[in-house]
Every structure is written in structure tokens, then in C-alpha cells.
Design a protein around this ligand. Structure first.
Ligand code: F6R
Length: 612
């Protein structure tokens, strides 16, 4: 995700900004840039595509003086990876400069209004609109910079962490936040703004956290915090007691744990601006240009690898049941070699967090060769898969650093549910059904938050089960892929053998392995296959097999049957995998850490598999 650092103080700002942004490099980025108010009152800005070192090379030898400035590392969301799209962005006069994390949802409307007023834009980003809007309000209403910022932000829909400077106000730095992390570091006569504590910790451990809808006005003389209606807010100063490594993980012991816990926010970001709940519809900007072609799609091939493939499998169930489109989901490594048969009306949907997985990419190329429409669900903007597909939907969840995929899976399944709404409503799905699905999708972040609260209970469970060396993970229908995903998680981070299996397949062979030393994890929510799963649990118990069940809150029957139960909240059957997988991720996480393994970097694995 993008990184922000800002400084207002008495020291030379460039080295502080460069050092701060380097500490945010771990978050992933594709370009970077800074803007500094020089002593002559002019702004010096340098941007570059690629690594921070490329930015450093570009300024090598140039003197940049000044004590107020902002810097940004960008992870593209709107507009390609170019210097023009890199932050900071500025207004027409070149005096107001800002850096932004988040997404401005109503930027198109604001932009067309500002263009009519004569504003000239120089990038394709949603961010630039904020600089012009502040300029417009400041000039037309003759306001101070903080006043204009507050009014502008009241017109903005979306998420932001912002750091703003204005050459007419040298020494002043404004920071604002709405659903995008931002903190203010408080030094001695100096202030830092950052999207992440690791950028300030070297300078100060005293910080204030801005709440959503608040902005701070900082200068070497002091700081003030206000609400967007310009009411002053008294903030408590907190003490950071993290070291640098922990700061990067937001206080979590591992990136994997941070990412598991960030799933409510990640899903919020994946659905933001895309759900039209009262119309029971999804608005997927990336598919708008091919909306009419999608009406004619008769069959879908879904392709992915590992976790992305399993997310696709859940999508297969959703799309067949609710959009009535026949779907075939396959792993990329098979698809590319099996000479798939394409027919008129076929489309291919590739799913990939990194957007660089070689087998998935090869499947897209195969389909394109045959003239098949190709779509993508991708996290990494501008990646090979994002570029190679005809159209697609970005996940907007920020980089996933832990090698084991967690937030990518729940976000991919959520986006597949949006796609099901989108395609379903183009076909036979009723308004009422659309509204029902949309309403339940909206609740997912809050429901995941509930599950995250049970971490310590799940930890105890993984302690109890840590004596076993083999596991079966069982599920049916929507939760069959979730069972496979649970098994994959424990395999890859704790090196323990686990096998995902459709519960109905157990009697056809694997049941022979079950005894009191072979536990099963069974996903058994109150859904259309609940009774069938209960029978399977009885069969396991009859052979002495220990059973850990993932069940729906309020299910009393299951506690009499299974040895242990982890409860998840109730949701629509098609969305249960999004919830069921979360305790399985936590279970695997504790299992792996208990064994002393580096769960962020499991042995033999790489985050991005760019070879076959
Ligand atoms: C498992 C995992 C892998 C990836 C797979 C595909 O936890 O991370 O199975 O899901 O390598 O990667 P992407 O999604 O980048 O194509």
C-alpha cells in the first residue's frame, strides 16, 4: 500500500523524508516522489518510477533546501505506473501539493466540475482532484489553507490519509484522515506525519493518532487538531514502545497475523463504492467497458493457483447457483497443458494476488490466442495479469507480505460474490435476491471482526491439537474449497500433513485412516448440507477420530457431537467460506509459531511464483 511521510520543523527536510520513506519500503510500491518548500518560497518536487533508489539517483547532486515537505511511495490504484501519476500532486498554481493514501470515490464528478471551472489536470489519478478542489475553495471563498482543506474534505467521498503543504504557508503541514491510517509524531519543535509508525520512530516515540474525519495543522510552533466542521479536538499523546520491526507489523508479531487481522479493512476496501445495496447490484468500474459483452457470456473458465484457485472454486459455486452461468475452475498448471475446449460465449477469469503467477498468465495467453474474452481479479495494479486481461477488478487490499495468503483469499471470494451479483442481475437474479446478497456482503467486515476476537480460544485449540501430525479438513459445497484452504494453510506454515477433502468422499477411501490419533477439522455451518456433515462427524466419532468443528454460533447440537467447536457468525450460505476460513488461518498461524517456524517465510516457498 502507499506510504506517506511529512515533516514540519527546523531541520533540513530531505534526508528526513528519504529515510522515512525507506522505512515504508516493505509495504510495496511502484513509484515515489517528494515536494519541499524551498527558502525562496518555491516548491521543489522530484518524482520517479521504480525504487526509492531511482528517486535518490535522480536527485543526486541537486541541492534541495527546506524545512517543510512531504514524500510518498505509490502503489497504483487509479492510473498507470508513471511519473505523472506518482505523488505529490499539485493545483493549477503549483502552490498546493499533497500526497494521498486511499481512494476518492467521487473524483470523476468533482473533476468534471473543476474542469468546467478551468482547472487543468496533469495526471490520471483520483488524488489530483483534492489539490484542485482545495485551490478552488481557497481562492473563491478567500479562506486560509486549513479552512479550505476542511471544506474540501467535506465534499469528498472515499478514504484518505493526506499530507498537504502550500508554498504560501511555509512551515505549515496539514494532515487529514478518513479510513486510511495516519499518525502524527511529536518532536521538539518538529512534527512528522506518517502512514505507519516505522517512519517516525527514529525521531520521536510520542504520537497522536488521528481519527476518521479529523485533520491536524502542524508547524514548528505547535499543533492543533480539528474535526471537518472545524471544531477543535483535544488529543491524547501516546507513547510508542515498539521497535522498528514490530512497528512495521503494526504491533503484531508477524505480517501473517497483521494480515489476518486486517481482513475487515481489506474487505471494506474491496467492496468500497462497488455495492449498490438498495438496487441489489454491484458496480464494478473495471468491467464497465465490457458490460454488454458480459451479457453474452455463456460459460466461464476460472483459473488460478493455490489459494487463488480455491477462491475461484468458491466462485464457481456462487456463479452457478445465483448467476446460472456454467463454470469450470482449474489450476493454471493443468489448464495450460490440457488443450482446453473453448466455445462461442466462453470467457476466462484469472485470479491472482500478485498478478505475476506464471501458470495463470500462461492460461490467459492460451485463451487470448483462441479469441476468448479474458477477465482478472488481481491485487497488484499494473502487474502482468492486470495488463494482459481484457478487463478486471482490482482487490485494493494493499500488498500481502506474509507468504501464506490470507487477506487475498477472503477479498477474492468477496469480489467473486460482487461478480455474482453483477452477472446474476444481468440475467435472472431477482431484485429481492440481489438486495439480500448485497446486504449480507456489507456485513462481512463486522462479522470477521467478531471472529478475530476469539483468537485466544483458537490458540488454545491449536495447542491442544499440536500433538497430531496428520489432519483431514472436511467440508461440502461452498466450504469444500474452504476446507482445502484450511489444509493448505497448516501445511505451508507448520509443515504438518493435512488433506482437504469433500466430506462426502470420506467413505470412499480416506475414512480407513481414521483412528484416535487422526483428527479432522470439519466445516459445518448451518447450511443446506448441515445434516450431511453431521452424519460425517458421526462416522468419524464412531472410529474414535477427534473432531474440531467450525460451526454457526448458536448451534447447540454440534457441541454434543464434536470434541471442540469454534463458532462463526451466521451469514448467507454462499458467503460462509469468507468467515469459516478465518479461524482456520488463525489456527494454522498459532500451530506454526508454536513450532517455532518463521510463518512469514515458510521454507521452500516464494511469495510470487513466476516460474512454471
Ligand atoms: C498459499 C499461497 C499460494 C498462492 C499461489 C497463487 O497460501 O499463497 O498458493 O495463492 O501461489 O499466487 P497468486 O495469487 O499471486 O497468483
Amino acid at each position: 500500500m502507499c506510504g506517506i511521510v511529512g515533516y514540519a520543523g527546523k531541520k533540513q527536510v530531505l534526508p528526513i523524508l528519504m529515510d522515512g520513506i525507506r522505512n515504508l519500503e516493505y509495504r510495496g510500491y511502484d513509484s515515489a516522489g517528494f515536494a519541499i518548500i524551498e527558502p525562496n518560497g518555491k516548491i521543489k518536487s522530484v518524482k520517479s518510477v521504480g525504487k526509492i533508489s531511482a528517486l535518490e539517483e535522480k536527485i543526486n547532486g541537486t541541492e534541495v533546501n527546506g524545512t517543510t515537505g512531504i514524500i510518498h511511495s505509490r502503489w497504483a490504484t487509479h492510473g498507470g505506473v508513471t511519473e505523472a501519476n506518482a505523488h505529490p500532486h499539485h493545483d493549477c498554481s503549483g502552490s498546493i501539493w499533497l500526497v494521498h493514501n486511499g481512494i476518492i470515490e467521487n473524483y470523476k464528478e468533482l473533476k468534471s466540475h473543476l474542469v468546467k471551472k478551468g482547472h487543468k489536470f496533469t495526471s490520471e489519478t483520483d488524488t489530483e482532484v483534492v489539490a484542485h478542489l482545495i485551490e478552488e475553495i481557497k481562492k473563491s471563498q478567500k479562506l486560509t489553507l486549513p479552512e479550505a482543506v476542511a471544506l474540501a474534505l467535506r465534499q469528498i467521498k472515499g478514504t484518505y490519509g493526506l499530507a498537504i503543504i502550500d508554498s504560501h504557508n511555509p512551515g505549515q503541514l496539514i494532515a487529514a484522515r478518513n479510513f486510511s491510517p495516519l499518525l502524527v509524531g511529536i518532536g521538539d519543535g518538529e512534527y512528522l506525519v506518517a502512514s505507519d509508525a516505522s517512519a517516525v520512530i527514529k525521531h520521536t516515540r510520542r504520537v497522536i493518532y488521528l481519527n476518521d474525519g479529523e485533520y491536524a495543522v502542524l508547524s514548528p510552533d505547535g499543533f492543533e487538531v480539528y474535526t471537518l466542521s472545524s471544531r477543535p479536538v483535544k488529543k491524547d499523546i501516546k507513547q510508542l514502545d515498539w521497535d522498528m520491526e514490530v512497528a512495521k507489523k503494526d504491533g503484531f508479531a508477524h505480517f501473517m497475523l497483521k494480515e489476518i487481522n486486517s481482513q475487515p479493512e481489506a474487505i471494506e476496501n474491496s467492496i468500497r463504492g462497488r455495492l449498490i445495496a438498495d438496487e441489489g447490484m454491484a458496480k464494478l468500474g473495471g468491467l464497465e467497458s465490457i458490460k454488454e459483452k458480459l451479457r453474452d457470456v455463456k460459460r466461464l473458465h476460472i483459473v488460478g493457483c493455490g489459494t487463488a484457485y480455491l477462491a475461484g472454486k468458491v466462485g464457481e459455486y456462487m456463479l452457478e447457483e445465483y448467476a446460472q452461468i456454467p463454470v469450470k475452475t482449474e489450476v493454471g498448471s493443468e489448464f495450460r497443458y490440457k488443450k482446453p475446449v473453448f466455445e462461442k460465449g466462453d470467457a476466462l477469469l484469472a485470479i491472482s494476488q500478485s498478478g505475476e503467477t506464471a501458470d495463470t498468465l500462461a492460461a490467459i495467453r492460451e485463451a487470448k490466442e483462441k479469441g476468448v474474452l479474458t477477465l482478472g481479479i488481481v491485487n497488484a495494479v499494473g502487474s502482468s495479469i492486470a495488463r494482459d486481461t481484457d478487463a478486471g477488478v482490482y482487490q485494493h487490499i494493499g500488498p500481502e507480505i506474509g507468504v501464506a495468503s490470507t487477506k487475498a483469499f477472503t477479498s477474492q471470494v468477496t469480489i467473486l460474490s460482487l461478480l455474482t451479483l453483477f452477472l446474476g442481475r444481468q440475467r435472472a437474479m431477482s431484485l429481492v435476491m440481489g438486495q439480500r446478497i448485497a446486504g449480507e456482503i456489507k456485513k462481512l467486515p463486522a462479522l470477521i471482526k467478531e471472529i478475530l476476537k476469539t483468537d485466544s480460544q483458537i490458540k488454545k485449540m491449536s495447542q491442544k491439537y499440536s500433538k497430531y501430525g496428520n489432519f483431514l479438513y472436511l467440508g461440502r459445497k461452498y466450504n469444500l474449497p474452504a476446507a482445502f484452504e484450511g489444509a493448505l494453510k497448516i501445511k505451508e506454515i507448520s509443515y504438518v500433513h493435512a488433506e482437504g477433502l469433500g466430506a462426502g468422499e470420506m467413505k470412499h477411501g480416506p475414512l480407513a485412516m481414521i483412528d484416535n490419533n487422526f483428527p479432522s477439522v470439519v466445516i459445518v455451518p448451518k447450511d443446506s448440507v448441515y445434516e450431511k456433515n453431521i452424519s460425517n462427524i458421526q462416522e468419524l466419532k464412531a472410529r474414535g477420530g477427534p473432531v474440531l468443528a467450525i460451526a454457526t454460533k448458536g448451534d447447540k447440537e454440534i457441541s454434543k457431537l464434536a470434541d471442540d467447536v469454534i463458532y462463526i457468525p451466521k451469514t448467507l450460505e454462499m458467503l460462509t467460506p469468507v468467515l469459516a476460513v478465518v479461524p482456520l488461518q488463525i489456527f494454522a498461524y498459532h500451530f506454526g509459531t508454536m513450532k517455532g517456524y518463521d510463518v512469514d517465510k515458510p521454507r521452500n516457498l516464494a511469495k510470487s511464483v513466476t516460474v512454471e
